[in-house]
Write a protein that binds this ligand. Structure first.
Ligand code: BGC
Length: 435
């Protein structure tokens, strides 16, 4: 078939961010942080207070953790042993959509069914232990406005979730009602935290030099510990981590694919950064660009980020794996030259994603350092894109060097697998310790 080379190169250019633009994004992100600290209304970052700070490492005991926010829901019973040590006693996980069977997130889905499903999973995790009292920490990975660590109202769904009856509600109240409906009286939800906050808590449980938590998965978002919020009346347990909802950052230049996708999405105009970088969207952007190369503009092939990952993993000259992945979706045979072109396109999309995400990290690092020196630190990251997508880690490192130059040696990103669940348990323990 062989794609038009000029068209391919011009599309790749549209997905390319050079050093200058990268610096501009990081500086604009820092500026939005500054504005947001004064008044979130003046910033595209929501700067949501989580009413929790960093753990001491002395949090111990057994807690339930509900991790809700991506394609799978997980409930774990976690025994915290202090100083970073913990044991997962039981873990149950189920997808929120099982094609042909159920769908708790699509258009037409309702909150009762969604929360009944969560309560059912919690029931499985406690395995009929109906006497003993459990505190439950809830990682709820959507923008929520909080007045304390329990009271979190969903502001708006993201990641194309469309379940009715949840926006504007206190999510732990909905959960409590569902637990009662299921006859579970001994589980008490005591905290709600964003998944970025959970990752930061989990990392800080065993490392003291971690101040930024990030999710790089179906969605993308960052949080950090803001030391200037120290008003005793207004501070959370141990300080105040701010959930930036950085997926909503607006000071970026979307290309025509980004714009076209946004217009068709569940929430046009929202989550502009997330729609350019996260796992939920990279496959869609890739498919849109490919449809143009195939002269089939507008056709929807249904590529996912797992497909992109598979394409990038094929290092062979023949590109057989790429051909198989693509054939399955576009129903056409491609040769090795096309496979090479397809890999170039996937590379451009993934590199852009990693570079934008890194610029947001550096914006936070600059803001935290103020006019002082950048401190040695780790950025805790959890999520399938960070963990599994080829090219992501090396592009983060490269972008860190472009932005921080020799100071880049002070900063690295570390994988905090399972932080979303562990952090929920830690937050519940922080509530218990406070009581
Ligand atoms: C949500 C964030 C969340 C992120 C990662 C975004 O869509 O708005 O709250 O942290 O996804 O799960």
């Amino acid at each position: 078939m062989n794609f038009d080379k000029n068209l391919l190169q011009s599309i790749i250019k549209e997905f390319t961010i050079d050093t200058e633009e990268l610096k501009e994004i990081a500086a604009n992100f820092r500026q939005d942080l500054k504005l947001g600290l004064k008044d979130p209304k003046d910033s595209s970052l929501r700067m949501l207070k989580s009413y929790v700070g960093l753990p001491t490492g002395k949090e111990i005991g057994e807690y339930l953790a509900l991790d809700f926010g991506g394609t799978n829901v997980r409930v774990s019973r976690i025994n915290l042993q202090g100083a970073g040590k913990f044991e997962i006693i039981k873990r149950v996980a189920k997808p929120l959509i099982l094609p042909g069977s159920y769908d708790y997130v699509g258009v037409g889905s309702k909150f009762e069914d969604m929360f009944n499903f969560l309560a059912e999973l919690i029931g499985e995790a406690i395995e009929g232990e109906n006497e003993r009292q459990f505190y439950l920490g809830h990682t709820f990975s959507f923008p929520s406005s909080q007045t304390d660590i329990y009271d979190a109202k969903l502001i708006t769904w993201t990641k194309e979730f469309a379940t009715s009856g949840v926006e504007g509600e206190v999510v732990n109240d909905l959960l409590k009602d569902a637990l009662i409906r299921r006859g579970i009286k001994n589980v008490e939800p005591v905290s709600v935290i964003n998944d970025t906050v959970a990752v930061l808590l989990s990392a800080a449980y065993h490392r003291s030099d971690t101040f930024i938590g990030s999710i790089y998965a179906t969605g993308q978002n960052n949080c950090y510990i803001e030391s200037s919020i120290d008003d005793p009346k207004n501070v959370g347990i141990g300080g105040m981590i701010l959930n930036l909802e950085s997926g909503g950052f607006m000071k970026l230049t979307p290309n025509r694919f980004d714009k076209e996708f946004d217009e068709k999405s569940e929430k046009p105009g929202e989550q502009r950064l997330e729609k350019m970088v996260s796992g939920r969207y990279m496959g869609e952007l890739f498919g849109m660009a490919l449809s143009e190369l195939l002269n089939e503009k507008g056709k929807h092939y249904g590529f996912s980020s797992i497909d992109i990952s598979g394409i990038l993993m094929d290092n062979s000259v023949a590109g057989n794996r790429i051909a198989a992945i693509v054939k399955d979706k576009i129903e056409k045979e491609i040769d090795s030259e096309d496979a090479k072109a397809i890999k170039e396109l996937a590379t451009a999309i993934v590199e852009r994603s990693a570079r934008i995400v890194t610029a947001t990290y550096v914006g936070i690092i600059w803001q935290r350092a103020g006019s002082g020196e950048i401190s040695h630190q780790h950025i805790a990251v959890d999520g399938s894109v960070y963990e599994k997508m080829p090219l992501v880690k090396e592009n983060i490192d490269r972008a860190l060097s472009e932005l921080l130059e020799e100071e880049a040696a002070k900063v690295d990103t570390v994988l905090d697998t399972g932080g979303s669940g562990l952090g929920a348990a830690i937050s519940a323990a922080m509530v218990a310790n406070k009581e």
